[in-house]
Design a protein around this ligand. Structure first.
Ligand SMILES: Nc1ncnc2c1ncn2[C@@H]1O[C@H](COP(=O)(O)OP(=O)(O)O)[C@@H](O)[C@H]1O
Ligand SMILES: [Mg+2]
Length: 220
């Protein structure tokens, strides 16, 4: 589903240069899932941004769905993200004035891919069907994160990138939320990457990769 080919990426300031990727290659196919681990500052978020077309590389090629994203215009990139990508962040970024249901449906409606039956199925699966009418402030952190997961999956994306999605949740809630995310992604045959600091979270994914000094190695 995505392929990074020999990418280089560095941030430079006056004193030093931080290499996030050095001749880094990585690919995951449809339905694959993986955990991405690494020290804080290793470049995990940058790597997610590169795959999402939100950041560029200094060298190498990024292919998503077989297509080089360097060839896409800004408008095409926006369409690509809206239609094919599900993004989940540590912060939930829910719209305060909207119900859980409308928050979760937002991207799918924009993408023209809203399917009420599938939306209801996701809410059921995530255990938030009773909370659909509530606004974010009326939900716990774990419940809000489930809404954010429903939102990321509702337009049936081909690729789901979750950047420390359980960073704000307690351990028991984290485990449940990750299990739900993995099974929902697998049911949709979506490719899933979960960035995490937690070995317990990583153990829910098929493989674990570790990013350090610009290199990615398979850890499990
Ligand atoms: N836009 C930017 N400009 C300069 N340096 C950046 C920028 N984004 C990230 N960095 C630096 O690149 C490194 C990797 O950051 P990041 O990808 O956020 O790491 P991680 O998600 O693994 O904690 C860090 O040292 C960070 O300070
Ligand atoms: Mg990060």
């Amino acid at each position: 589903m995505f392929e990074l080919k020999h990418i280089d990426k560095a941030f430079r300031d006056r004193e030093d240069e931080i290499h996030v990727a050095r001749d880094l290659s990585w690919s995951l196919g449809a339905g694959d899932n993986a955990a991405l681990m690494g020290e804080s500052g290793a470049g995990k978020t940058t790597l997610m941004n590169i795959i999402a077309g939100l950041d560029t590389v200094d060298a190498g090629e990024v292919l998503v769905g077989g297509e080089p994203i360097a060839g896409l215009s800004q408008a095409e990139l926006t369409t690509f993200r809206r239609n094919r990508l599900g993004l989940i962040f540590q912060k939930f970024h829910l719209v305060p004035a909207l119900s859980a249901w409308d928050n979760a449906a937002l991207q799918a409606r924009l993408a023209g891919a809203f399917d009420k039956g599938f939306a209801a199925h996701l809410f059921d699966m995530l255990g938030i069907e009773q909370l659909a009418h509530r606004r974010p402030e009326q939900l716990s952190g774990g419940q809000q994160q489930r809404v954010a997961i429903a939102r990321a999956l509702m337009h049936k994306p081909q690729l789901v990138l979750a950047d420390e999605p359980t960073g704000n949740l307690d351990e028991a809630t984290s485990d449940t939320v990750i299990e739900l995310l993995v099974s929902a992604a697998s049911e949709a045959d979506a490719t899933l990457v979960v960035v995490t600091h937690s070995a317990a979270i990583a153990s829910h994914l098929s493989h674990t990769w570790r990013l350090a000094s610009g290199a990615l190695t398979r850890a499990a």
